[in-house]
Design a protein around this ligand. Structure first.
Ligand SMILES: Cc1ncc(COP(=O)(O)O)c(C=O)c1O
Length: 361
């Protein structure tokens, strides 16, 4: 087959997701395995979301509401913003795609921390633009380093808060100072996929700057705290002018009808959200105390996942953990060859992980 493919597409390394449980069990002939690799919600989906989806399933012959009217209205009300400030996505991943498609051209640059969420890099490259990666400083997003890399070609800056995979956050003061250095014409994207788990009172909530006149898009998702990763629904919060740009490149029915009703119900499920956040905080404290006792180093986090220094090749540890039916994420592809990342699981899953880790290292 002779296709003329742009070089910048050929250069993209496909995203490699956490290994699915079914694949592990098929490959290794085991059952009862656990997955702590994709920062998912161990409690399952919000029960109110499940009920709403069951009730709506009979309408699948109809196209979804392309404007996502009810869900957008409920999100806007919850956040205290206008409906025109919200754009729905098939996961927040899709919003990253819309932003880069709408605003980046070949030759443009977009700055991002490294390591951070891998999709920024992929989407910037899909637009033919150049990702400028600024290494983390002591595991934190280096705002001074990002500021130093802003050039006349910069069109976009990504900040992940808390940062995946390190779980570190940007403080209110650092964020405020950083805003002074963003030139006109540069879009700031703040990815808050894990914001519901943050305990640090100093962490910035970038929604406070929505009306400040800066070009800002905030990414949120129903995949983590709301337990709906499989449904694929997230959203962006942004000035209306930017929302109208994204609506030009958005597919007309990008948020499917079950996702819209499921997310709407999850948004109202305060009990489930509360349970999830408590489970994560208690699980984190338990895991950290246990690792301290085992003399294993880890990096403190504000998210539902964290990095563990396994002191040896993380790919090998990943493989050995698989054989014990525990899926973790090796951080080799993120540039940390001695680290694994795990998310907090149910208590019994956390215990099983610790037992497996102890056997291996
Ligand atoms: C930082 C970050 N942003 C965005 C996403 C994607 O979320 P969604 O499932 O809404 O596409 C993830 C998923 O792991 C993530 O870690």
């Amino acid at each position: 087959m002779k296709l003329s493919v742009p070089d910048y597409i050929l250069a993209i390394k496909p995203y490699s997701p956490g290994k699915p449980l079914e694949e592990l069990e098929r490959e290794y002939g085991i059952s009862d395995s656990i997955k702590l690799a994709s920062n998912e919600n161990p409690l399952g989906p919000s029960p109110l979301a499940v009920k709403a989806i069951q009730d709506a399933i009979g309408n699948l012959n109809r196209y979804p509401d392309g404007s996502g009217h009810d869900l957008v209205k409920n999100i806007a009300k919850k956040l205290g913003v206008a409906t025109g400030n919200i754009v729905l996505g098939n996961g927040s991943d899709e919003i990253i795609g819309m932003i880069t498609r709408a605003l980046l051209c070949p030759g443009d640059e977009a700055i991002m921390p490294y390591p951070s969420f891998l999709m920024y890099n992929i989407m910037i490259c899909c637009a033919g633009a150049t990702p400028v990666q600024v290494p983390l400083k002591s595991f934190c997003v280096d705002l001074d380093g990002i500021r130093d890399r802003i050039s006349s070609r910069t069109r976009m800056i990504f900040i992940c808060n808390p940062n995946n995979p390190t779980g570190t956050v940007v403080s209110k003061k650092d964020f405020k100072d950083f805003l002074q250095s963003i030139p006109d014409g540069v879009l700031l994207v703040v990815d808050e996929a894990y914001i519901e788990f943050v305990r640090d009172k100093n962490c910035v909530r970038s929604i406070d700057y929505l009306d400040s006149g800066i070009a800002l898009v905030i990414l949120r998702t129903f995949s983590k705290a709301y337990g709906l990763a499989g449904l694929r629904i997230g959203y962006g919060i942004m000035p209306q002018e930017i929302a109208s740009l994204l609506n030009r490149v958005r597919q007309p029915f990008n948020a499917n009808s079950l996702a819209q009703v499921g997310a709407g119900a999850a948004l109202e499920d305060k009990v489930f959200l509360g349970k999830t956040v408590s489970l994560v905080h208690e699980g984190l404290d338990f895991l950290c105390e246990s690792l301290d006792r085992m003399n294993i180093k880890y990096f403190p986090t504000q998210a539902n996942f964290f990095l563990i220094d396994v002191g040896k090749n993380a790919d090998e540890v990943f493989e050995k953990m698989l054989r014990q039916g525990v899926i973790v994420r090796s951080m080799t592809s993120y540039g940390y060859p001695d680290y694994i990342r795990i998310n907090v699981g149910l208590h019994e899953e956390n215990v099983r992980f610790l037992n497996a880790l102890e056997k291996i290292i």
